[in-house]
Design a protein around this ligand. Structure first.
Ligand code: PLP
Length: 389
C-alpha cells in the first residue's frame, strides 16, 4: 500500500483510540439526558461534570469556570460578543488572529465597535507594549491568541495579561492551538477568558470550551434551556464533552514526554529543509514556537502545486491559506509578518501530532527537495529568476 503520512495536525488531529473508547458508552447504554433527574440522566450528568473537572485541571482553572461549546469558533464568538454587549466601544486584537476572532470583529464593527489590530513583529510576536499602546478608556476587551495556527508563534501571553490586568481590561485568549501543546495556566497568565477545541488535541470534532474567570459576567450565547448555568442552552453533546475531557487529561499527562519528542522532529525538519533546499525561509519565531509547527516559504513555486505533489506522494500538509482551503488568497498571517504575495503563496505548513515519528521526517526530507526541484524547473518565474541571476 502507498505510504500515507499525515502532517496537518494544526488543521485537525486523529482521535486517540483511548478517547474513542472512552466515548463509546455514550453512544450506547449511557444515553440519558443530563438534565433528567433519573438514574440515566444522573449518569450522563456525572460524565459532563467529570469532563469539566478535567478541562479545568488542564488550564489550572476551577470547574465552575468552564462552559462547554460546540467548537473553538463558538467559544471565540461568545467571548467577543459578550464583551462587546456588556462593555461596548473598543476592542484590541491582533492582525494574526484566526478568522474565528477576526470575522467576529468585522461583524461587531458593523454594530458600532471600533477595533484596533495590533501588528506583529516580523517573527509574528505581538508585543505587550504595542497592546498597551492600543488600549483606550473605552476598551472592553483585549483578544490575543495564545499560539498561532499557521506559523506556530507563541505569544507573550503572561506579559499581555499583566498589561490588561493593570489597565482593568478583560483579556481573552484563543488557546485553540496551545491547549495541551504547552503549559497553559489561566491564573498565572492573568487570562479572563480562554477558548479551546478538542479536535486540536486528539479529541473529537465539534466540541470546545470557554473558560470564564469567576466574577467576570458573560451574557448567554444560546437562549433556551438551563444548560451550562443558563449561559449556553441546548442538550449537551455528552459523548463529545466526555471525549474532550479525556483528551485533555491524556494530553496534559503526556506533555512532559511528547513535547520534547515533537520538538526534535520539528527541529530536524526545519534544519533539513533550510540546509537541503535553496531559497527557503522559516516563517515565525524559531524560539517562541509551538513544538509541532514548521512553516517555511519556498521561493519560486506555488504552494498549491506543492501540496498536490505531496499528496500524490502520500503526504498531507497545508499551505498559506490554512483553514480556508479552496481560497487562493494568501494567508493574512503571512502578509501581516511582512511577506509579499508571491512568497506567501509558496509557503508550506507541516504540523506534527502524536502519531508522527522520525521516519515521517526522513520521508518528507527525501521527497521534498525532488518535488521542489521539479516544480521550479516547470516554473516560468524560476526561469526568469535564474536569467536575472
Ligand atoms: N482558533 C484557532 C487558532 C484555530 O486554529 C482554529 C481552528 O483551526 C479555531 C480557532 C477554530 O476552532 P474550531 O475548528 O473548533 O471551530
Amino acid at each position: 500500500m502507498e505510504r500515507q503520512v499525515y502532517l496537518d495536525n494544526a488543521a485537525t488531529t486523529a482521535v486517540r483510540p483511548e478517547v474513542a473508547d472512552f466515548m463509546a458508552p455514550f453512544f450506547g447504554k449511557t444515553y440519558g439526558n443530563p438534565s433528567s433527574v433519573h438514574a440515566f440522566g444522573r449518569e450522563a450528568r456525572k460524565a459532563i461534570e467529570a469532563a469539566r473537572a478535567k478541562v479545568a485541571a488542564a488550564i489550572n482553572a476551577e470547574p465552575g469556570e468552564i462552559y462547554f461549546t460546540g467548537s473553538g469558533t463558538e467559544a471565540d464568538n461568545w467571548a467577543l460578543h459578550s464583551a462587546f454587549e456588556r462593555g461596548g466601544g473598543h476592542i484590541v486584537t491582533s492582525a494574526v488572529e484566526h478568522h474565528a476572532v477576526l470575522h467576529v470583529c468585522e461583524y461587531l464593527k458593523k454594530r458600532g465597535a471600533e477595533v484596533t489590530y495590533v501588528a506583529p513583529g516580523p517573527d509574528g510576536i505581538v508585543g505587550p507594549d504595542s497592546v498597551a499602546r492600543a488600549l483606550r478608556g473605552d476598551t472592553c476587551l483585549v483578544s490575543i491568541m495564545y499560539a498561532n495556527n499557521e506559523i506556530g508563534t507563541v505569544q507573550p501571553v503572561r506579559e499581555i495579561g499583566a498589561v490588561c490586568r493593570a489597565a482593568g481590561v478583560p483579556f481573552h485568549t484563543d488557546a485553540v492551538q496551545a491547549a495541551c501543546a504547552l503549559p497553559v495556566d489561566v491564573k498565572a497568565d492573568g487570562v479572563d477568558m480562554l477558548s479551546l477545541s478538542a479536535h486540536k488535541f486528539h479529541g473529537p470534532k465539534g466540541v470546545g470550551a470557554l473558560f470564564v474567570r469567576k466574577g467576570l459576567r458573560v451574557d448567554p450565547f444560546m437562549h433556551g434551556g438551563a444548560q451550562e448555568k443558563g449561559k449556553r442552552a441546548g442538550t449537551e453533546n455528552v459523548a463529545s464533552i466526555a471525549g474532550l475531557g479525556e483528551a485533555a487529561r491524556l494530553g496534559i499527562a503526556d506533555m512532559p514526554v511528547k513535547i520534547p519528542a515533537m520538538k526534535k522532529l520539528r527541529d530536524a525538519l526545519i534544519d533539513g529543509i533550510l540546509n537541503g533546499i535553496p531559497d527557503v525561509t522559516l516563517n515565525g519565531s524559531r524560539e517562541a514556537r509551538l513544538a509541532n509547527n514548521v512553516n517555511v516559504s519556498i521561493k519560486h513555486l506555488e504552494g498549491e502545486s506543492l501540496l498536490l505533489m505531496l499528496d500524490m506522494n502520500g503526504v498531507a500538509a497545508s499551505s498559506g491559506s490554512a483553514c480556508t482551503s479552496g481560497s487562493l488568497d494568501p494567508s493574512h498571517v503571512l502578509l501581516a509578518i511582512g511577506l509579499d504575495h508571491e512568497t506567501a503563496h509558496g509557503s508550506l505548513r507541516v504540523t506534527f501530532g502524536l502519531e508522527n515519528t522520525g521516519a515521517d521526517v526522513d520521508y518528507l526530507l527525501e521527497i521534498l527537495p525532488q518535488i521542489v526541484g521539479r516544480l521550479r524547473d516547470m516554473s516560468p518565474l524560476y526561469e526568469d529568476y535564474k536569467k536575472r541571476g
